[in-house]
Design a protein around this ligand. Structure first.
Ligand code: SAH
Length: 349
């Protein structure tokens, strides 16, 4: 029999499973609490479950609990970057950002990524595999457990494309916002996508109230194609209506991410086209000065260009922020830390 991924089960699935193992339903509630509220690192921590039951669980299940392989903390702002080891030996990256309004964790949704965005380090080696719901949850659980600080916000903006791992991401969203678990408000969760249209449309029907962020990065398909291969598959004329539908169905304002790359998408003409493109979209623009990766020669726009771009959008009445760079002293853009770690391991092997 295949071992069950117990931490990905919701309470009713768990109750059924516990019954199959010949235990009373209230054991399921205790177990669920240990996993999703007390964030127990292992079955041996679950002291009010009998030794016999714990042994049965070990035999029939895989208990997801990530190992902290490395952790770096920024001296500037307290941001922490984690490299977690999964049960099968894969490595993923997560980030804890500490703001005045609370702690936010950026999680990965896949090991690697197959979207191929030109400026992104997560995709350089392609996709290894999807993460399960429990593997997404445990990035948050291990961070909250080891810091003792409550996590109040989540962004699915680490490695991976959430719409390419749709079912597990939706499962994760239900579990993390479950009142019997960490009960993180869906309104404090953002899912970021490169623009997979059928995924966005389906997501609008889930009855969730999470924020959708679209990685736009260009005001037209032509420029977008030079940065994001997915733009060959879905055009902005399909993506933007799908996003609008998401807003209409959920009432959640959209976020548009726009990474500014010098000489590629950062001139005023592009700002103007961007403003025209999204003026009726009820969205907020998040400008991200591109974080250069050494495998590509993209450069960050200079401060002046960023200011001008931002000011132009503001003058057009568009809500815009420039993303603060968190943890600047602890290395790199999304996926870069994992990549450099894997490289070092290879070199030493
Ligand atoms: N697959 C999802 C999540 C990706 S990461 C998506 O495409 O939205 C979150 C954001 O960071 C995306 O907007 C992504 O395009 C952006 N990003 C990735 N690498 C970057 C880099 N080196 N510099 C700036 N932004 C980057």
């Amino acid at each position: 029999m295949d071992k069950k991924d117990i931490k990905s089960m919701n309470l009713s699935e768990l109750t059924e499973f516990v019954r199959e193992l010949g235990e009373k339903p209230f054991r399921a509630k205790q177990l669920y609490q240990w996993m999703h509220q007390k964030l127990a690192p292992s079955y041996d921590d679950m002291t009010n479950l009998s030794k016999g039951f714990r042994e049965t669980l070990k035999e029939h299940t895989d208990y997801t609990s990530h190992q902290i392989v490395q952790m770096y903390e920024s001296e500037i702002d307290g941001t922490r970057k984690y490299l977690f080891g999964l049960n099968d030996g894969n490595i993923i990256e997560s980030v804890l950002m500490r703001y005045k309004h609370g702690n936010s964790v950026c999680i990965s949704s896949q090991v690697g990524c197959r979207m191929g965005c030109r400026f992104c380090a997560s995709t350089l080696d392609g996709l290894t595999r999807n993460l399960t719901a429990s593997e997404m949850l445990d990035q948050i659980y291990r961070i909250q457990y080891t810091t003792g600080e409550r996590v109040s916000n989540i962004v699915i903006m680490g490695s991976g494309e959430p719409m390419d791992n749709y079912d597990n991401v939706v499962k994760f969203l239900h579990l993390i916002s479950d009142e019997n678990g960490l009960n993180i408000s869906q309104r404090n969760i953002t899912v970021s996508t490169c623009g997979i249209v059928p995924g966005i449309k389906k997501f609008a029907e889930e009855g969730l109230s999470v924020t959708l962020a679209l990685s736009l990065h260009a005001p037209n398909d032509e420029v977008r194609k030079t940065l994001m291969p997915i733009a060959y598959k879905y055009s902005l004329s399909e993506i933007l209506p799908a996003c609008k539908e998401y807003f209409e169905k959920t009432g959640r304002r959209l976020t548009f991410e726009y990474s500014l790359v010098q000489g590629v998408n950062d001139n005023l003409d592009e700002a103007k086209r961007l403003a025209d493109l999204i003026k009726d979209m009820h969205g907020h623009v998040n400008l991200i000065p591109v974080n250069p990766i050494k495998e590509r020669d993209y450069k960050q726009s200079n401060r002046e260009a960023i200011e001008q771009f931002k000011n132009y959008l503001e003058r057009k009445g568009i809500n815009v922020t420039v993303r603060r760079e968190m943890g600047r002293d602890i290395g790199g853009a999304c996926g870069q830390l994992r990549k450099s770690y894997l490289k070092k391991e290879e070199g030493e092997a």
